[in-house]
Design a protein around this ligand. Structure first.
Ligand code: CAA
Length: 399
């Protein structure tokens, strides 16, 4: 696919070097963004408050997202995906997150953690068996790294996978797994050689329903309440040898590489939450009157809107830069950590301000901004907390 969103491209023309920045989107990218916007308004908005209130998984909505091609956007068409670039993916993520961050995290995990990891590092048989169904949205995937005692400290994996000849015997517990109950395909990190530390961790594909694989309790969450987050228990689960991704000991690297891209998706989600809250605040401030004029004519509100818009603009540039670098196959680990760190921090700030702009109305469900504020918080936590992003960024600086 042709990419026209060039942030830092250099043109060599007529014996001189000219730096050019082209912020325009291709027709295809605009079409993707508009389709996601339309889908959000017509399909996600109507039930979003009810799904949040009752923590009800958006089964029908996710099915439609699959039909529209949002569940495997970057996967090659030869494996049933959309063959799109990361820029298109973040545009869709932003639009969907403006109103429904629960649906967007379901989408993000399936696209960037499960499909991307499988396409990049799985073998052809694994892709034929699993990726095609995942990319078309026929089934959902989950990414299982976190454990009760291994969240930020992800190298401390306690789940084990013991080589028994034709299969591995997997034992352990995973925590806070997005799509935990709704997925059919699980990418599971487990220790195959504990004495090697993180170099002894391997990655496996596990199917729902295998003997000994139990889905634990669903978490009752502050935000993204319509997505399902579960603990998972593995007791002597037999995983066939052919379901190992890559070589033994590749699992931690697999997880880290996959998360580098995943963080772009979550940064786009945070950006969407912030821009959704901003758009609602701007519209409300034009309508709501106090002291004889719309509140957008009061400087107190104008300053808030100006700050929100500026922060969102900066976050969008960082998210797009990370997506662009990934599309160019350049190193994007640092850019994705920075984008996630900044976008999630401003998502929190912007949504708190959005509630303030709405006053009492902002505190009730009908106006959406209280939900966006609750949803924003998780973007500072999952796929690496803000503190972990700072570790990634500072290690890059020192190196
Ligand atoms: N990209 C590629 N490789 C990386 C990497 C990155 N971002 N970060 C670390 N690595 C590699 C290192 O190069 C090193 O490899 P070598 O041994 O070959 O040199 C190896 O991983 C171990 O790294 P460290 O020595 O730096 O290990 P550490 O324990 O000091 O720190 C960490 C690692 C960066 C803190 C890591 O544990 C981490 O990222 N933690 C956060 C985990 C996380 O993001 N969890 C999210 C769960 S998934 C989720 O939330 C999904 C969902 O459901 C929404």
């Amino acid at each position: 696919m042709k990419l026209s969103l060039h942030f830092f491209c250099v043109y060599f023309q007529q014996n001189f070097v000219r730096d050019a920045m082209d912020f325009s989107l291709s027709e295809e990218q605009v079409a993707v963004r508009d389709a996601a916007r339309e889908f959000t308004q017509t399909q996600l908005l109507p039930g979003v408050i009810e799904r949040d209130t009752h923590a009800r998984f958006p089964t029908e909505e996710v099915k439609k997202m699959g039909e529209l091609g949002f569940m495997g956007m970057m996967v090659s068409p030869s494996y049933g995906g959309g063959g799109m670039d990361t820029v298109s993916y973040v545009l869709a993520m932003e639009e969907i997150s403006k109103m429904d961050a629960s649906s967007s995290v379901i989408m993000s995990v399936n696209n960037s953690l499960v499909c991307w990891g499988l396409e990049r590092y799985g073998n052809d048989a694994q892709k034929r068996k699993y990726l095609e169904k995942l990319a078309s949205g026929e089934v959902l995937g989950a990414f299982c790294l976190s454990e009760p005692e291994a969240g930020s400290d992800a190298t401390s994996q306690k789940t084990t996978a013991v080589d028994k000849g034709g299969f591995f015997l997997v034992n352990g517990t995973k925590n806070w797994i997005t799509n935990g109950g709704s997925a059919e395909v699980y990418l599971v990190m487990a220790q195959t050689d504990p004495k090697l530390g993180h170099k002894g961790i391997s990655a496996f594909i596990v199917e729902k329903g295998w003997e000994g694989f139990k889905i634990g309790k669903k978490e009752d969450k502050l935000g993204i309440r319509a997505s399902d987050t579960h603990s998972l228990m593995f007791t002597d689960v037999k995983v066939p040898k052919e379901n190992m991704i890559g070589n033994p000991g590749f699992g931690f690297k697999f997880a880290m590489e996959t998360l580098n891209g995943g963080r772009i998706g979550i940064a786009a989600q945070a950006l969407g939450i912030a821009s959704g809250a901003f758009e609602l605040s701007l519209a409300y401030s034009r309508e709501r009157k106090t002291f004889g004029k719309p509140i957008c004519e009061h400087q107190a509100i104008q300053f808030k809107l100006a700050e929100m818009a500026t922060q969102i603009d900066a976050a969008r540039l960082m998210v797009m830069k990370a997506a662009y670098l990934k599309d160019q196959e350049k190193d994007y680990a640092d850019a994705s950590a920075r984008a996630k760190l900044y976008a999630s921090e401003i998502a929190m700030k912007v949504t708190v301000e959005a509630v303030q702009v709405h006053g009492g109305y902002g505190y009730v469900k009908e106006y959406h901004v209280e939900r966006l504020m609750r949803d924003a918080k998780i973007t500072q936590i999952y796929e690496g907390t803000s503190e972990i992003q700072k570790i990634v960024i500072s290690r890059g600086l020192i190196r």
